[in-house]
Ligand binder design. Sequence first.
Ligand code: G3H
Ligand code: 13P
Ligand code: ZN
Length: 337
Amino acid sequence: MIVTTTELFRHAYGKYALGAYNINNLEQCVGLFRGNLGKVKSNGDPTRPEVSAPFIVQISRGARSYSDKRFLEAMIRTADEVFPDAIYAVHLDHGDEKSCKDCIDSGFYSSVMIDASHEKFEKNIEITRGVVERAHAKGVVVEAELGQLGGVEEDIKGSVRLTEPDQAAKFVEETGCDSLAVAIGTSHGAYKFTGSQTLHIDRLAEIQKVIPKNFPLVMHGSSSVPKEWVERIRAAGGDLRKHNDKGGIEVPSGVREDQYLPASKLGICKINIDTDGRLVWCAIYRESFRFLPGDFDPRTPGKVFMPAFAGYIIHKNQMLGSAGQLESVRKTLGGKR
Ligand code: G3H
Ligand code: 13P
Ligand code: ZN
């Protein structure tokens, strides 16, 4: 069942965060739906309520143009039939005005993100307000962004600018957006921190104080970049150490998973995870090619990846606190299904 992120946030606020997972292909789609229902080995496994979770499927502009946006939509519609117990939102990640319009008009997406965070404050407000008007007229909800994360966002490379609390309050009021992505020390990709891995929790608390009560906040760039998967990639011939332009070497690092729940207590309702899924994909496919050199069947790594990704989603939802919340969410949605 596709619902808006707002309906999910209402249930989660102050208690746990929803996992917002990016997908690009069939195997990620199947693994994601399985994982959120506690199924690992096959689609037909029994649903496990104790770990089942509501979730958000995220589709970036890059994912939409990878083959054709209609393939992704068709895959998710099929997943909805194969996994009728699932409750989730379909969300455009880091949209611009054009892609937001397209997703709102599609009638398929329940949520879009307009990311005009690279623009000046007033321009960000103006663009976001326009998208909000169009989206709300069609029952679609809008995430906006204020401040700037590090790392790469779609095709934009930015320098870090933490979200200013007073600006956040004005922005929420003037745009009418339904949730706000804040910059509190995370960044996109696999190289988030050079030293200690702490978020600016104090800044988050300040933002929460000045925005409307129970207003949902979003944390991008929240992959934990698990050492286990980085090491498996290395053992299978990969190397994620990165030579930077200052002659140094950057090693992969991510957000500590034990920071997810404290962030959720301060209003973070949605935690974005893309990189970790890519690491799982990379390790499994590398292992298949490296250790089964005579195998050229595309299904061989896929059959290993889907359960591994499902297992990883279960673990992540446990860290986010969303594991085990599905049936309670279903009750609060009442007669919708
Ligand atoms: O924030 C960006 C997401 O990780 C999406 O990445 O544009 O490469 O699909 P992508
Ligand atoms: P990661 O690169 O940390 O997975 O962040 C993903 C993200 O924020 C997608 O919008
Ligand atoms: Zn992001």
